[in-house]
Design a protein around this ligand. Structure first.
Ligand SMILES: NC(=O)c1ccc[n+]([C@@H]2O[C@H](COP(=O)([O-])OP(=O)(O)OC[C@H]3O[C@@H](n4cnc5c(N)ncnc54)[C@H](O)[C@@H]3O)[C@@H](O)[C@H]2O)c1
Length: 318
């Protein structure tokens, strides 16, 4: 392998956001080696990665829960930085089997943190979520980075736990850390089990979409290109020990989102079938993004309509 100036571990790089990150930043940084560390769970797919033939990309099929393999990777590559995308990320699955969420999202993150100290890592970037704040009502003020965490399901609790560990390594061992909390992200490469790709798949087959409850829950949507540019802005220039919200700014009920999707397929409300609501379904997520705007001059650029069009055209009908 040729020598590179810098080595970055990108965990979970075969998943949705991680693969979009690699597809862009491997090409933009030819002098940096990107090592994609992914266990290839149901959500990981190497076909998502279009840069696999580049000299500055390398893939390792490793589970971040496996401490000895993670140690070997640190020993072999001596990384300068880690961006930790790897996670169990599906709330519904966390209601059925929370254990693996604790193992991957908390213990797996701890393995990476542990060796980051031993091998003198220069930057640890934890990818987190708006869900750690918990739920807001309709009129509640958008969350800022100073708000207390109040996760309400095993997925968001495990992500909040991981954040606490990251902060503790910063405080105790002086590890250089940043955390980004992104809002609901959509775009190409997302696993078919998530809302937008699932609905697109059903509509492509001419079937009805199944909406939880009455679809009243409100989410803040962020196109994946904007998500990864926000993450990169923080990775490169975010202040050590700080947390940044990366939000799309566009709030929609799940019902409104479904209508947008139906419109793209020339369908109407008769294509919705309402199903029993998710247990403990958080009502609203909304984040204030003044900090990343003021400090790092980042704001989302892609309109929802453009993002949705790109997303729909990226999913081939079966
Ligand atoms: N998708 C969103 O809307 C969203 C929003 C906010 C935050 N996030 C966070 O962003 C990150 C990426 O999310 P995503 O939507 O791309 O997730 P994803 O589920 O699409 O991808 C996760 C990737 O991690 C890998 N992985 C899972 N367990 C692993 C393990 N034990 N060891 C190594 N690899 C493992 C999977 O194989 C997969 O490639 C996650 O940390 C998630 O919590 C996602």
């Amino acid at each position: 392998m040729i020598d590179h100036k810098k080595t970055i571990f990108v965990t979970g790089g075969a998943g949705f956001i991680g693969s979009n990150y690699l597809n862009k930043y491997v090409l933009l940084n030819p002098e940096t080696l990107f090592v994609n560390i992914d266990a290839l769970t149901y959500a990981g797919n190497l076909d998502n990665v279009r840069v696999s033939n580049e000299d500055n990309y390398f893939f390792c099929k490793v589970d971040i829960r496996d401490k000895s393999k993670i140690k070997s990777l640190f020993e072999e590559f001596k990384p300068d930085a880690i961006i930790n995308f790897a996670a169990e990320s599906h709330v519904d699955l966390s209601l059925k089997d929370p254990n693996i969420f604790i193992e991957t999202n908390i213990l797996g993150t701890n393995n990476l943190l542990f060796f980051s100290i031993e091998y003198d890592l220069k930057r640890f970037h934890q990818i987190s979520t708006d869900e750690v704040y918990g739920s807001l009502d309709k009129t509640g003020e958008s969350f800022t980075e100073k708000d207390l965490l109040n996760p309400r399901n095993p997925y968001s609790a495990s992500k909040a736990g991981a954040e606490m560990l990251v902060n503790s390594y910063h405080e105790t061992f002086g590890l250089n850390t940043v955390i980004t909390r992104s809002s609901n992200t959509f775009g190409p490469n997302q696993d078919a089990s998530k809302l937008i790709p699932r609905f697109i798949g059903l509509l492509q087959k001419g079937e009805k979409v199944n909406l939880y409850g009455k679809g009243e829950q409100i989410r803040e949507w962020l196109y994946v290109e904007d998500c990864i540019s926000g993450i990169n802005a923080v990775f490169e220039n975010g202040h050590n020990g700080e947390i940044y919200n990366v939000g799309g700014g566009l709030e929609m009920t799940n019902y409104e989102l479904t209508l947008e999707l139906l419109k793209s397929f020339d369908k109407d409300e008769t294509s919705i079938s309402y199903v029993e609501d998710r247990l403990g379904h958080d009502f609203r997520y909304s984040m204030n993004t003044s900090k990343i705007k003021d400090e790092l001059d980042w704001s989302p650029k892609v309109s929802f309509e453009e993002g949705l069009e790109n997303t729909i055209s990226s999913y081939e009908p079966e």
